[in-house]
Design a protein around this ligand. Structure first.
Ligand SMILES: [Zn+2]
Length: 113
């Protein structure tokens, strides 16, 4: 698969549960609670931002955005304690479901329009 970073337009924000999360890019996203740990991404619920590591390839960037989106899914239903591998696995499954079923997702997007 080719890297899409050079031709991929940055996504300015994503919306989930009525909340718009602004996407920001940083060369070294850090969780203040674990400052020694290098991160690919980080969601901050207090200011509705998602910080993405700007060094990621296009594919990894998209997977990381979905990873942070899955974090937001869990928090929105009141689950704050989870294993990162569960979040990652769900993000990969979500990417696979969207890519493998474009007709389904196009129909879902058109609902209510
Ligand atoms: Zn995570």
């Amino acid at each position: 698969m080719t890297d899409t970073k050079s031709r991929m337009k940055k996504i300015p924000s994503i919306k989930l549960g009525g909340i718009r999360y602004k996407l920001k890019y940083s060369k070294n996203p850090i969780n203040p609670e674990e400052p020694d740990k290098s991160l690919d991404g980080l969601i901050n619920f207090s200011d509705s931002t998602i910080i993405i590591n700007s060094r990621l390839s296009g594919q990894c960037e998209l997977q990381t955005i979905l990873h942070e989106l899955v974090h937001a899914f869990f928090v929105s239903i009141g689950i704050r304690d989870f294993d990162e591998s569960l979040i990652d696995g769900l993000a990969y499954q979500l990417i696979g479901a969207i890519r493998d079923n474009p007709e389904l997702f196009r129909k879902i997007i058109k609902l209510g329009k």
